[in-house]
Design a protein around this ligand. Structure first.
Ligand code: SF4
Length: 343
Protein backbone atom coordinates (compact mmCIF):
# COMPACT_ATOMS: atom_id res chain seq x y z
CA UNK A 1 0.00 0.00 0.00
CA UNK A 2 1.16 3.53 -0.79
CA UNK A 3 2.74 5.37 2.13
CA UNK A 4 0.74 8.29 3.55
CA UNK A 5 2.97 11.10 4.70
CA UNK A 6 2.08 12.71 8.03
CA UNK A 7 3.05 16.24 9.03
CA UNK A 8 5.32 14.85 11.73
CA UNK A 9 7.23 12.69 9.24
CA UNK A 10 7.43 15.51 6.72
CA UNK A 11 8.77 17.90 9.35
CA UNK A 12 11.42 15.36 10.31
CA UNK A 13 12.45 15.06 6.68
CA UNK A 14 12.73 18.83 6.19
CA UNK A 15 14.80 19.14 9.38
CA UNK A 16 17.42 16.59 8.34
CA UNK A 17 21.00 17.85 8.01
CA UNK A 18 21.39 19.08 4.44
CA UNK A 19 23.83 16.39 3.29
CA UNK A 20 21.85 13.57 4.91
CA UNK A 21 18.77 14.79 3.07
CA UNK A 22 20.68 15.03 -0.21
CA UNK A 23 22.14 11.55 0.22
CA UNK A 24 18.73 10.03 0.96
CA UNK A 25 17.20 11.81 -2.05
CA UNK A 26 19.98 10.71 -4.38
CA UNK A 27 19.67 7.10 -3.18
CA UNK A 28 15.91 7.16 -3.72
CA UNK A 29 16.38 8.77 -7.13
CA UNK A 30 18.68 5.95 -8.27
CA UNK A 31 16.15 3.31 -7.23
CA UNK A 32 13.76 4.47 -9.95
CA UNK A 33 15.68 6.62 -12.42
CA UNK A 34 18.93 6.83 -14.27
CA UNK A 35 20.48 9.93 -12.64
CA UNK A 36 22.17 10.92 -15.91
CA UNK A 37 18.96 11.22 -17.92
CA UNK A 38 16.84 14.37 -18.06
CA UNK A 39 13.32 14.52 -19.45
CA UNK A 40 12.89 17.61 -21.60
CA UNK A 41 9.63 19.35 -22.38
CA UNK A 42 8.78 22.42 -24.43
CA UNK A 43 5.97 24.73 -23.40
CA UNK A 44 3.97 26.94 -25.74
CA UNK A 45 1.33 29.47 -24.75
CA UNK A 46 -1.52 28.82 -27.20
CA UNK A 47 -3.72 31.60 -25.82
CA UNK A 48 -2.05 34.39 -23.90
CA UNK A 49 -3.38 36.89 -21.35
CA UNK A 50 -6.82 38.28 -20.41
CA UNK A 51 -7.34 35.47 -17.90
CA UNK A 52 -10.32 36.05 -15.56
CA UNK A 53 -8.55 34.37 -12.62
CA UNK A 54 -6.57 36.43 -10.08
CA UNK A 55 -3.47 34.30 -9.36
CA UNK A 56 -1.29 36.93 -7.71
CA UNK A 57 1.93 35.75 -9.34
CA UNK A 58 0.66 35.67 -12.89
CA UNK A 59 1.07 38.37 -15.56
CA UNK A 60 -1.67 36.72 -17.62
CA UNK A 61 -4.41 37.73 -15.18
CA UNK A 62 -6.54 40.50 -16.70
CA UNK A 63 -6.45 42.23 -13.29
CA UNK A 64 -2.80 43.29 -13.30
CA UNK A 65 -1.02 45.85 -15.46
CA UNK A 66 2.10 44.04 -16.54
CA UNK A 67 2.33 45.23 -20.13
CA UNK A 68 1.75 41.68 -21.36
CA UNK A 69 0.39 41.61 -24.90
CA UNK A 70 -2.70 39.42 -24.99
CA UNK A 71 -3.05 37.07 -27.93
CA UNK A 72 -6.01 35.06 -29.21
CA UNK A 73 -5.91 31.31 -29.62
CA UNK A 74 -3.09 30.39 -32.00
CA UNK A 75 -3.81 28.84 -35.38
CA UNK A 76 -3.38 25.05 -35.48
CA UNK A 77 -0.64 25.35 -38.08
CA UNK A 78 1.39 27.67 -35.85
CA UNK A 79 1.13 25.19 -32.97
CA UNK A 80 2.07 22.20 -35.12
CA UNK A 81 5.09 24.04 -36.52
CA UNK A 82 6.21 24.93 -33.00
CA UNK A 83 5.85 21.26 -31.97
CA UNK A 84 7.93 20.13 -34.95
CA UNK A 85 10.70 22.54 -34.02
CA UNK A 86 10.52 21.45 -30.38
CA UNK A 87 10.89 17.81 -31.41
CA UNK A 88 13.85 18.66 -33.62
CA UNK A 89 15.39 20.50 -30.67
CA UNK A 90 15.27 17.41 -28.46
CA UNK A 91 11.96 17.75 -26.60
CA UNK A 92 10.01 14.57 -25.97
CA UNK A 93 6.89 16.30 -24.67
CA UNK A 94 5.01 19.28 -26.05
CA UNK A 95 3.08 21.23 -23.41
CA UNK A 96 0.44 23.79 -24.32
CA UNK A 97 -1.06 26.38 -22.00
CA UNK A 98 -4.18 28.51 -22.46
CA UNK A 99 -5.01 31.35 -20.06
CA UNK A 100 -8.59 30.28 -19.38
CA UNK A 101 -10.68 29.66 -16.30
CA UNK A 102 -11.91 26.63 -18.22
CA UNK A 103 -12.21 25.68 -21.89
CA UNK A 104 -15.54 26.32 -23.64
CA UNK A 105 -17.32 23.48 -25.44
CA UNK A 106 -16.57 25.13 -28.80
CA UNK A 107 -12.83 24.88 -28.06
CA UNK A 108 -12.80 21.13 -27.53
CA UNK A 109 -12.82 19.94 -31.19
CA UNK A 110 -9.96 22.35 -31.91
CA UNK A 111 -7.97 21.00 -28.93
CA UNK A 112 -8.69 17.40 -29.96
CA UNK A 113 -7.32 18.09 -33.43
CA UNK A 114 -4.11 19.59 -32.06
CA UNK A 115 -3.56 16.64 -29.72
CA UNK A 116 -4.07 14.11 -32.51
CA UNK A 117 -1.66 15.91 -34.85
CA UNK A 118 1.09 16.16 -32.25
CA UNK A 119 0.63 12.53 -31.21
CA UNK A 120 1.11 11.54 -34.84
CA UNK A 121 4.53 13.20 -34.64
CA UNK A 122 5.48 10.77 -31.86
CA UNK A 123 5.59 13.33 -29.05
CA UNK A 124 3.90 13.18 -25.68
CA UNK A 125 1.29 15.87 -25.16
CA UNK A 126 0.37 17.94 -22.13
CA UNK A 127 -2.17 20.74 -21.78
CA UNK A 128 -3.05 23.24 -19.09
CA UNK A 129 -6.45 24.80 -19.74
CA UNK A 130 -7.94 25.45 -16.29
CA UNK A 131 -10.85 23.59 -14.73
CA UNK A 132 -12.23 20.62 -16.69
CA UNK A 133 -15.52 18.80 -16.44
CA UNK A 134 -15.64 15.01 -16.82
CA UNK A 135 -16.87 15.02 -20.39
CA UNK A 136 -14.17 17.47 -21.51
CA UNK A 137 -11.51 15.39 -19.76
CA UNK A 138 -12.73 12.21 -21.44
CA UNK A 139 -12.70 13.86 -24.86
CA UNK A 140 -9.15 15.14 -24.40
CA UNK A 141 -8.01 11.74 -23.11
CA UNK A 142 -9.64 9.95 -26.04
CA UNK A 143 -7.88 12.32 -28.44
CA UNK A 144 -4.61 11.10 -26.91
CA UNK A 145 -3.70 13.76 -24.34
CA UNK A 146 -1.06 12.14 -22.13
CA UNK A 147 -0.76 14.67 -19.31
CA UNK A 148 -2.92 17.40 -17.85
CA UNK A 149 -1.19 20.15 -15.89
CA UNK A 150 -3.09 21.64 -12.98
CA UNK A 151 -0.90 23.02 -10.20
CA UNK A 152 -1.95 23.18 -6.57
CA UNK A 153 0.49 26.10 -6.22
CA UNK A 154 0.79 26.00 -2.42
CA UNK A 155 -0.79 24.57 0.74
CA UNK A 156 -4.52 24.45 1.30
CA UNK A 157 -4.15 26.92 4.20
CA UNK A 158 -2.15 29.51 2.26
CA UNK A 159 -4.07 29.19 -1.00
CA UNK A 160 -6.48 32.12 -0.46
CA UNK A 161 -3.45 34.44 -0.17
CA UNK A 162 -2.55 33.51 -3.72
CA UNK A 163 -5.86 32.98 -5.56
CA UNK A 164 -9.38 34.02 -4.59
CA UNK A 165 -11.31 33.24 -7.79
CA UNK A 166 -11.33 29.48 -7.20
CA UNK A 167 -10.87 27.13 -4.27
CA UNK A 168 -8.27 24.53 -3.44
CA UNK A 169 -10.99 21.90 -3.48
CA UNK A 170 -11.87 22.83 -7.09
CA UNK A 171 -8.26 22.17 -8.03
CA UNK A 172 -8.31 18.78 -6.33
CA UNK A 173 -11.65 17.96 -7.99
CA UNK A 174 -10.18 18.68 -11.44
CA UNK A 175 -7.16 16.48 -10.64
CA UNK A 176 -9.56 13.72 -9.73
CA UNK A 177 -11.52 14.18 -12.98
CA UNK A 178 -8.28 14.06 -14.97
CA UNK A 179 -7.18 10.88 -13.23
CA UNK A 180 -10.55 9.21 -13.74
CA UNK A 181 -10.40 10.06 -17.45
CA UNK A 182 -7.18 8.06 -17.65
CA UNK A 183 -4.67 10.90 -18.12
CA UNK A 184 -1.44 11.37 -16.24
CA UNK A 185 -1.23 14.27 -13.84
CA UNK A 186 1.29 17.09 -13.86
CA UNK A 187 0.84 19.10 -10.67
CA UNK A 188 3.19 21.01 -8.45
CA UNK A 189 3.69 24.36 -6.84
CA UNK A 190 5.50 27.66 -6.63
CA UNK A 191 7.97 28.56 -3.91
CA UNK A 192 8.39 32.17 -2.85
CA UNK A 193 4.71 33.19 -2.74
CA UNK A 194 5.15 34.37 0.86
CA UNK A 195 4.35 30.92 2.25
CA UNK A 196 5.87 29.47 5.40
CA UNK A 197 8.06 26.34 5.45
CA UNK A 198 5.09 24.38 6.78
CA UNK A 199 3.04 25.41 3.71
CA UNK A 200 5.73 23.84 1.53
CA UNK A 201 5.56 20.66 3.58
CA UNK A 202 1.76 20.62 3.33
CA UNK A 203 1.89 21.12 -0.43
CA UNK A 204 4.21 18.13 -0.82
CA UNK A 205 2.00 16.08 1.50
CA UNK A 206 -1.10 17.04 -0.49
CA UNK A 207 0.56 15.86 -3.72
CA UNK A 208 2.14 12.73 -2.31
CA UNK A 209 -1.04 11.64 -0.52
CA UNK A 210 -3.21 11.76 -3.67
CA UNK A 211 -4.60 8.30 -4.45
CA UNK A 212 -2.01 8.05 -7.24
CA UNK A 213 0.96 10.41 -7.02
CA UNK A 214 1.32 12.85 -9.96
CA UNK A 215 3.61 11.47 -12.64
CA UNK A 216 5.09 14.93 -13.14
CA UNK A 217 5.72 17.50 -10.41
CA UNK A 218 6.84 20.99 -11.43
CA UNK A 219 8.58 22.83 -8.62
CA UNK A 220 8.74 26.50 -9.54
CA UNK A 221 10.68 29.34 -7.98
CA UNK A 222 8.55 32.50 -8.18
CA UNK A 223 9.44 34.73 -11.11
CA UNK A 224 8.63 38.19 -9.81
CA UNK A 225 6.89 39.98 -12.66
CA UNK A 226 6.55 43.77 -12.29
CA UNK A 227 2.88 44.74 -12.08
CA UNK A 228 1.78 41.56 -10.27
CA UNK A 229 0.96 41.76 -6.54
CA UNK A 230 3.98 39.53 -5.82
CA UNK A 231 6.57 41.61 -7.63
CA UNK A 232 8.31 42.56 -4.37
CA UNK A 233 8.18 39.18 -2.63
CA UNK A 234 11.29 38.03 -0.79
CA UNK A 235 13.61 35.69 -2.65
CA UNK A 236 13.65 32.08 -1.59
CA UNK A 237 17.07 31.00 -0.40
CA UNK A 238 18.63 28.56 -2.92
CA UNK A 239 19.48 25.88 -0.31
CA UNK A 240 15.92 26.02 0.95
CA UNK A 241 14.76 25.44 -2.60
CA UNK A 242 17.14 22.49 -3.08
CA UNK A 243 15.81 20.97 0.17
CA UNK A 244 12.26 21.12 -1.22
CA UNK A 245 13.36 19.28 -4.37
CA UNK A 246 15.08 16.61 -2.24
CA UNK A 247 12.02 16.20 -0.03
CA UNK A 248 9.78 15.92 -3.11
CA UNK A 249 12.05 13.22 -4.53
CA UNK A 250 11.93 11.21 -1.30
CA UNK A 251 8.17 11.60 -0.87
CA UNK A 252 7.34 10.93 -4.56
CA UNK A 253 10.14 8.62 -5.69
CA UNK A 254 8.62 7.52 -8.99
CA UNK A 255 7.53 10.96 -10.25
CA UNK A 256 9.44 13.17 -12.60
CA UNK A 257 10.36 16.28 -10.60
CA UNK A 258 10.56 19.24 -12.94
CA UNK A 259 12.79 22.18 -12.26
CA UNK A 260 10.47 24.77 -13.78
CA UNK A 261 10.01 28.55 -13.64
CA UNK A 262 12.79 30.51 -12.00
CA UNK A 263 15.62 28.54 -13.55
CA UNK A 264 16.93 31.66 -15.29
CA UNK A 265 17.63 33.12 -11.85
CA UNK A 266 19.66 30.09 -10.75
CA UNK A 267 23.34 29.67 -11.46
CA UNK A 268 24.73 26.41 -12.86
CA UNK A 269 25.74 25.20 -9.42
CA UNK A 270 22.27 25.63 -7.95
CA UNK A 271 20.71 23.83 -10.91
CA UNK A 272 23.26 21.03 -10.59
CA UNK A 273 22.39 20.59 -6.91
CA UNK A 274 18.70 20.50 -7.81
CA UNK A 275 19.45 17.66 -10.25
CA UNK A 276 21.49 15.96 -7.56
CA UNK A 277 18.54 16.30 -5.18
CA UNK A 278 16.41 14.42 -7.69
CA UNK A 279 15.05 16.91 -10.21
CA UNK A 280 15.02 15.10 -13.56
CA UNK A 281 12.94 17.19 -15.91
CA UNK A 282 13.21 20.71 -17.33
CA UNK A 283 11.49 23.00 -19.76
CA UNK A 284 13.89 23.63 -22.53
CA UNK A 285 14.47 26.79 -24.44
CA UNK A 286 11.20 28.53 -25.06
CA UNK A 287 9.55 30.96 -22.71
CA UNK A 288 7.61 29.46 -19.84
CA UNK A 289 4.24 30.74 -21.00
CA UNK A 290 5.22 34.36 -20.52
CA UNK A 291 8.25 34.31 -18.20
CA UNK A 292 11.78 33.86 -19.48
CA UNK A 293 13.73 30.60 -19.51
CA UNK A 294 17.47 30.06 -20.06
CA UNK A 295 18.59 30.17 -23.67
CA UNK A 296 18.87 26.76 -25.31
CA UNK A 297 22.60 27.13 -25.83
CA UNK A 298 23.17 27.79 -22.13
CA UNK A 299 21.04 24.75 -21.27
CA UNK A 300 22.94 22.53 -23.65
CA UNK A 301 26.28 23.64 -22.22
CA UNK A 302 25.10 22.87 -18.71
CA UNK A 303 23.74 19.45 -19.74
CA UNK A 304 27.03 18.66 -21.37
CA UNK A 305 29.08 19.77 -18.35
CA UNK A 306 26.97 17.54 -16.12
CA UNK A 307 26.92 14.61 -18.62
CA UNK A 308 23.13 14.72 -18.55
CA UNK A 309 21.49 13.06 -21.54
CA UNK A 310 18.11 14.21 -22.80
CA UNK A 311 15.62 11.35 -22.53
CA UNK A 312 14.40 11.73 -26.12
CA UNK A 313 17.91 11.85 -27.53
CA UNK A 314 18.87 8.74 -25.60
CA UNK A 315 16.03 6.86 -27.24
CA UNK A 316 16.53 8.10 -30.77
CA UNK A 317 20.09 9.15 -31.45
CA UNK A 318 23.36 7.30 -31.05
CA UNK A 319 25.64 8.13 -28.15
CA UNK A 320 28.25 9.62 -30.45
CA UNK A 321 25.93 12.09 -32.15
CA UNK A 322 23.64 13.12 -29.35
CA UNK A 323 24.99 16.59 -28.55
CA UNK A 324 25.95 17.44 -32.11
CA UNK A 325 22.51 16.50 -33.26
CA UNK A 326 20.68 18.51 -30.65
CA UNK A 327 22.98 21.50 -31.19
CA UNK A 328 22.56 21.43 -34.95
CA UNK A 329 18.86 20.80 -35.02
CA UNK A 330 18.16 23.57 -32.53
CA UNK A 331 19.84 26.16 -34.74
CA UNK A 332 17.59 28.03 -37.10
CA UNK A 333 18.28 30.71 -39.69
CA UNK A 334 20.70 33.52 -38.76
CA UNK A 335 22.14 31.26 -36.10
CA UNK A 336 19.24 32.06 -33.77
CA UNK A 337 17.98 29.37 -31.48
CA UNK A 338 14.50 28.08 -31.54
CA UNK A 339 12.02 29.89 -29.36
CA UNK A 340 8.55 28.37 -29.52
CA UNK A 341 6.98 31.37 -27.89
CA UNK A 342 8.01 33.80 -30.60
CA UNK A 343 8.26 31.60 -33.65
S1 SF4 B 1 -1.94 31.12 -13.53
FE1 SF4 B 1 -3.32 30.39 -15.15
S2 SF4 B 1 -5.35 30.61 -14.21
FE2 SF4 B 1 -3.99 31.87 -12.98
S3 SF4 B 1 -4.14 33.95 -13.89
FE3 SF4 B 1 -2.40 32.88 -14.87
S4 SF4 B 1 -3.23 31.99 -16.72
FE4 SF4 B 1 -4.98 32.49 -15.39
Amino acid sequence: MKKKWTLEETKKLFKKPFFDLMFQAQKKHREYFNPNILQISTLLSIKTGACPEDCKYCPQSARYKTGLKKEPLLEIETIINAAKKAKASGSSRFCMGAAWKNPQEKDIPYLEKIIKEIKLMGMETCMTLGTLNSLQAKKLANAGLDFYNHNLDTSRNFYSNVVTTRTYQERLDTLNIVRNAGMKICSGGIMGLGEKVQDRMELLMELSNLSVQPESIPINMLVKIPGTPMENNENIEPFEFIRIIAAARIMMPQSYIRLSAGRQNMNDQTQAMCFMAGANSIFYGCKLLTAGNPEEEIDLKLLKKLNLNPEYIKQNISEKNKYNSIMNSSKIKNNKYYNAAIS
